[in-house]
Design a binder for this molecule. Structure first.
Ligand code: AMP
Length: 190
């Protein structure tokens, strides 16, 4: 089973590219943000717990997120591969992921970093806010999400750089061109 991490700040295009990748490769898609939103919609305990952090644009605590991810990965024992979208977002999560995968005699194959500058990210989220229905796409919350990314999530990059697993793709341009570069990375470097 291939484990591909799609990495990037909010608005980088992780969700868009994940949809295309699962269609092409038949991989399972694990988006921690989607799972939290689904739980919220269904009023589960996890959803209610996550809500106060999501509404504030903050990361849900590692302990909660890691436990959820571990359960989610177990659902796909026979999958050809898994796209991780929005996880890991802290070094603690990255370390936990390695431990979880080691237990299954597996490991992260490739981390695709979608590189998009901050001005473009803000424009994209502002545009998305018009239709997404996501309250965390509102300006003040976006600001906090960006801060979380630059304070906590960015440190995940050197963690995977040390393992030689990062492939950086320019996330600005045609969706199809970006997709082709990611496919090339998956086909030739994972
Ligand atoms: P996303 O849809 O990936 O932008 O995630 C939406 C929100 O869900 C984030 O702002 C966080 O509050 C929460 N979230 C998603 N993934 C994680 C994660 N790996 N760690 C902590 N919080 C997360």
């Amino acid at each position: 089973m291939k484990i591909i991490v799609l990495f990037g700040p909010p608005g980088a295009g992780k969700g868009t590219q994940s949809d295309k990748l699962i269609e092409k490769y038949g991989f399972a898609h694990i988006s921690t943000g989607d799972i939290f939103r689904e739980n919220l919609k269904n009023n589960t305990e996890l959803g209610l717990l996550a809500k106060k952090y999501m509404d504030n644009g903050e990361l849900v605590p590692d302990e909660v997120t890691i436990k959820m991810l571990q359960a989610e990965i177990k659902k796909y024992p026979l999958a050809k591969g898994v796209i991780l979208d929005g996880f890991p977002r802290t070094v603690t999560q990255a370390e936990a992921l390695d431990t979880i995968l080691e237990q299954e005699k597996n490991s992260v194959n490739l981390v695709v970093q979608l590189d998009v500058n901050e001005t473009e990210l803000r424009q994209r989220i502002e545009e998305r806010a018009k239709t997404s229905g996501r309250t965390d796409d509102e300006a003040a919350t976006v600001e906090r999400r960006m801060n979380e990314y630059f304070n906590k999530t960015i440190h995940v990059l050197p963690y995977y750089k040390a393992q030689n697993k990062i492939l950086t793709v320019n996330g600005i341009g045609k969706i199809e061109d970006i997709f082709n570069q990611i496919c090339d990375a998956i086909d030739n470097h994972s």
